[in-house]
Design a binder for this molecule. Sequence first.
Ligand SMILES: Nc1ncnc2c1ncn2[C@@H]1O[C@H](COP(=O)(O)OP(=O)(O)OP(=O)(O)O)[C@@H](O)[C@H]1O
Ligand code: SF4
Ligand SMILES: [Mg+2]
Length: 319
Amino acid sequence: MSNLLELRGLDKRFESRKGLFGKTRAMMAVSGVDLDVPRGRVTGVVGESGCGKSTLARLVLRLLKPSAGEVIFDGTELGSLSPSALRNLRRRMQMVFQDPYSAIDPRYSMAEALLEPFRIQGIRLSAAEAQAKVAELLAMVGLGAQMAASYPHQLSGGQRQRIGIARALALKPDFLVLDEPTASLDVSIQAQIVALLEQLQADLGLTYLFISHDLGLVRYFCDRIVVMYLGRIVEILPEPKAPPRHHYTRTLMDSNFAPDPAQRRQIKRLTGEIPSAFDLPKGCAFAARCPAADDTCRRVRPEFTTDAAGHAHACHHPL
Ligand SMILES: Nc1ncnc2c1ncn2[C@@H]1O[C@H](COP(=O)(O)OP(=O)(O)OP(=O)(O)O)[C@@H](O)[C@H]1O
Ligand code: SF4
Ligand SMILES: [Mg+2]
């Protein structure tokens, strides 16, 4: 099977209550997501803050239960698994977080942090095996063996993220979800981490789901690009250079795609009001900000259509 991961009709609904006796309001953080993630490739997910990227990541790893829909990993629907079968499968799917500090217990030495995944899985290692494992993992991410005795506060942000990546690789997974892995780092360090991720992906034949709000980075790094807006996929670019067909992607590219990272800082804010996720319009959710919006857009939600090249979009008046 060429897809390592398939998402089918995935919804995640969050409820929140205003005040103690207030009315409960519901919002769809992720809505109707269908996606194929091909094996051995890098699939990018891009969109503005709050569009549901991290929720999608947590659904994919079943750190969150979907309200509806299926997550099928290598032919197995995760919802059908017993807790122990799910724990077993988790060896194969790991996450790298944005904030490497939050993912590492500050009381752990780097050796302990790297051995934690084995402990969680109940895998016993002799002292010699553990030491060799730690050295191997540190070398994989370009860190020296002396780093084993360090504590998180002694490390730079880039070094901590390398440890985060090493830890994710400890159990030899085939799939990594990377949730903004470079967003908290300086631009020069970002480039080093991206280079490391590229090299590991090629060397180990990994499949990545790479999440970022930075379309420039995603276009550089990913084989395919999934664009999300307010919980829904609005476009899938089958290759990073494909010209966008959805107006939201076009707007993101105009505002976000400056190849020079220094310029990217001066991102022009997208104009128009973002509808509240609690009160989505019935037509296209981008209509309030779209230069091509007409009455149909405001009344009828555009269906998702895919052309022969695998380029998919949900827009009544594609570019
Ligand atoms: N546990 C939760 N309970 C209620 N609402 C939540 C919860 N987690 C996320 N949300 C809401 O779901 C929406 C999507 O959040 P999510 O964190 O997935 O967005 P994101 O695309 O990752 O944003 P960012 O780029 O800022 O990380 C947001 O409106 C958020 O407030
Ligand atoms: S459906 Fe209409 S409002 Fe939505 S992106 Fe396409 S043209 Fe714009
Ligand atoms: Mg997020």
